[in-house]
Design a protein around this ligand. Structure first.
Ligand code: AMP
Ligand code: ZN
Length: 119
């Protein structure tokens, strides 16, 4: 999948529309959250806007209120997953930062101690 992928052939748009199954853990009018299929921590959830934006920067410009909704969804997910000890929110932005799906998504990682710097 390239940075030029549009909504019509976007994996995460298909999860929003229900054409591809996902383990959905939280939904709002503007966001959908589901478990990552290749989890990097005991809790690894992706929170995405229902609208297609290639990355977090484009979302912030195009729909800033929805960008804020992603953070509120992360707060709710952290609460429901029992991540009171701490959790990490990550937006990989651009291929060099290991973005592989070009529909904006926030990783919510928790349930284990985290290290720094990230890889
Ligand atoms: P990134 O590397 O930041 O673009 O993250 C994309 C994430 O999407 C990776 O962690 C993948 O494991 C995850 N992923 C890809 N396809 C699916 C899918 N169909 N369901 C759930 N997670 C997925
Ligand atoms: Zn999309």
């Amino acid at each position: 999948m390239s940075a030029e992928t549009g909504p019509e052939d976007c994996l995460f748009c298909k999860i929003v529309s229900g054409d591809i199954d996902a383990d959905v853990v939280h939904e709002t009018a503007t966001t959908v959250a589901f478990r990552d299929r290749n989890p990097q921590a005991p809790t690894h959830v992706l929170v995405i806007p229902r609208s297609h934006y290639a990355n977090a920067a484009d979302l912030a410009v195009g729909e800033p209120e929805t960008a804020a909704h992603l953070f509120d969804a992360a707060r709710a997910i952290a609460e429901q997953e029992g991540l009171g000890e701490g959790y990490r929110l990550v937006f990989n932005t651009g291929a060099a930062a290991h973005q592989t799906v070009f529909h904006a998504h926030m990783h919510v990682l928790g349930g284990r101690a985290m290290t720094w710097p990230p890889g």
